[in-house]
Design a protein around this ligand. Structure first.
Ligand SMILES: NC(=O)c1ccc[n+]([C@@H]2O[C@H](COP(=O)([O-])OP(=O)(O)OC[C@H]3O[C@@H](n4cnc5c(N)ncnc54)[C@H](O)[C@@H]3O)[C@@H](O)[C@H]2O)c1
Length: 308
């Protein structure tokens, strides 16, 4: 009988779908019990993970029978891809299935940060009326969005941004400036320095690789327009978090939204305390009711096809 081990949260109907093929060990907390996970992995035919399970080292070595790793998401930085290939293990991400959730998060964050007017509930309820200080917010229409990474999420974000009146530029080293995708989407191909210097909102959509670690450092933040807004839903480790906090405090950055962090969960982070116009979220940009359903059912389909 085939055995499928699921180590993190998966939508219930998709888990039931997997059960049509074999035994399913589903424990959303399994990721936090490495010894039990390793023991269960030893004779599984498929392993299904989100982004917290590190499929490398001892866990990868334990996968002696496994034929497929399903990834409930798209970033593959928690999986040793070369190691999987060596062992003949297919890796199946949920490509595109949470892209719309991330794109909506980016546009909502950009609007909130540019406007700067949504953090007044306590003051208003306490009888204050901070109308003067909150009357200088900015509209999103007419602003320039700079996308670093123009893959599936970058392209969807561009579409939503254009719908609210933004001009969109993108930098992606895998795309030639005359690539058809730019003409098809109405997005301007840009060089990196020009994009950073001219954008009102910069949103990161590249993978975490050796070449992108610490990519968005203090120098790149300094090169942004004064008052511009930075959004990172890509991966922690790409952006220098302390440099973001410093630039918010100095007023050089007009706002920032960080959904991903070099260390997750983010434990004590005193450098973020009292930073103006900062949104921190616990890696939830891609997590919605709808995306959970799409991601889980797509991965279940791919795993069943790989085992079938
Ligand atoms: N926060 C979340 O919940 C969440 C959810 C989904 C995806 N993500 C992350 O979003 C990112 C983008 O996902 P995607 O599905 O669009 O991936 P994708 O593979 O479709 O696109 C990524 C693009 O980045 C480009 N790129 C690579 N190096 C670059 C660099 N140095 N500068 C600029 N671009 C570069 C690639 O050429 C590619 O076109 C990934 O890091 C993924 O892990 C986060």
């Amino acid at each position: 009988m085939l055995k499928i081990v699921v180590t993190e949260f998966m939508d219930a109907p998709a888990v039931d779908h997997l059960r049509t093929l074999g035994e399913v060990v589903y424990d959303p907390q399994l990721v936090d019990d490495p010894a039990r996970l390793k023991a269960l992995a030893a004779d599984c035919d498929a392993l299904i993970v989100r982004n917290r399970t590190q499929v490398r080292g001892e866990l990868l070595a334990a996968l002696t029978r496994c034929r497929v790793v399903g990834r409930l998401g798209v970033g593959l930085d928690n999986i040793d891809l070369a190691g999987c290939e060596e062992k003949g293990i297919q890796v199946c991400p949920a490509t595109g299935a949470n892209a719309n959730s991330v794109a909506e998060y980016v546009i909502a964050a950009a609007m909130i940060l540019l406007r700067g007017s949504y953090a007044s509930s306590d003051a208003v309820a306490a009888g204050q009326w901070p109308r003067d200080t909150l009357s200088q917010g900015r509209e999103i229409a007419g602003k320039t969005l700079g996308l670093l990474g123009f893959g599936s999420i970058g392209q969807l974000t561009a579409r939503l941004a254009q719908a609210v009146g933004m001009t969109v530029r993108a930098y992606d080293p895998a795309l030639q400036p005359h690539a058809a995708i730019f003409g098809d989407t109405g997005v301007a191909a840009s060089d990196l320095d020009g994009l950073i210097a001219q954008s009102d909102v910069i949103s990161l959509h590249m993978p975490l690789l050796d070449s992108t670690r610490n990519f968005y450092d203090a120098d790149r933040i300094r090169a942004m327009k004064r008052g511009a807004v930075l959004i990172n839903t890509a991966r922690g480790g790409i952006v220098d978090e302390r440099a973001v906090a410093d630039a918010l405090r100095s007023g050089h950055l007009g706002g920032a939204a960080l959904d991903v962090f070099a260390q997750e969960p983010l434990l004590a982070a005193p450098h973020f305390k009292d930073c103006p116009n900062l949104i921190l979220t616990p890696h939830t940009a891609g997590l919605t009711y709808e995306s959970n359903q799409r991601v889980s059912s797509l991965v279940a389909e791919k795993v069943l096809a790989a085992l079938g």
